[in-house]
Design a protein around this ligand. Structure first.
Ligand code: PGA
Length: 227
């Protein structure tokens, strides 16, 4: 299983370090789970934990250069970070990242051999219109689904931070569809918490979960991981 925590704009540098050190200890002997933590840029520690990996929530598709406010390849590599979240709906919706830009980022970091969590997900209007599958396929257009280090994160926008995850039937339906469409590895995100994580991860087509709110507290995240 893959279990990832997306801290978004929560936690400071010191609380992130404290969290990751404590989690690393709790993960001793837990070899069946690949754990990832995505802190804010300002809190990124060296990726030198034994039982978890650190990823960045975003990056610009450039080695370095004149791109104020952005983080590029050189800065990530210095921290030994080779895991990235790409195209989170908050990046797309709040910061206006276009499908084209997200694709460009995918291509750039794929060529650098990064592990890429590529987020896709429909909003409530798309869900209600019955065009979810078409929408998701469009978000995956131009993405090399054979890239071995690609993890597609299906995160319906209406379920993110709402406290109500998609139903097990909805999750299974979409993840099976993604598999049929050529996706090799996929995780679900959207109001995953200790009370529903186990059954979501027990679905045959689901390879893990991407957790926002419920990853912020160590005990809650550990309850999801089982550590
Ligand atoms: P949530 O966020 O678990 O708080 O719904 C998930 C995400 O946005 O990755």
């Amino acid at each position: 299983m893959i279990i990832a925590g997306n801290f978004k704009t929560h936690h400071t540098r010191s609380s992130t370090l404290k969290f990751c050190n404590a989690l690393d200890q709790r993960l001793v002997g837990k070899n069946d789970t690949q754990v990832r933590i995505f802190p804010t840029f300002a809190s990124l520690p060296y990726d030198d934990f034994s039982h978890l990996k650190i990823g960045a929530q975003n990056a610009y598709c450039v080695k370095n250069g004149a791109f104020s406010g952005e983080v590029g390849l050189d800065q990530l590599l210095e921290l030994k970070i080779k895991t990235l979240l790409l195209g989170h709906s908050e990046r797309r919706e709040i910061f206006g990242e276009s499908e084209e830009l997200v694709r460009e980022k995918f291509e750039f970091f794929k060529n650098e051999g990064f592990e890429l969590f590529f987020c896709i997900g429909e909003n409530i209007q798309v869900r209600k219109s019955g065009k979810t599958k078409e929408f998701l396929l469009r978000e995956l257009e131009g993405i090399d689904l054979d890239y071995a280090r690609l993890i597609v994160a299906y995160e319906p926008i209406w379920a993110i931070g709402s406290g109500e995850s998609a139903s097990l039937e909805q999750i299974e339906e979409i993840h099976s569809f993604l598999q049929e469409s050529g996706v090799k590895t996929s995780v679900y995100g959207g109001s995953v918490k200790p009370s529903n994580a186990k059954e979501i991860m027990s679905l045959a087509s689901v390879d893990g979960v991407l957790v926002g709110g419920a990853s912020l507290e160590l005990e809650s995240f550990c309850a999801i991981i089982g550590c």
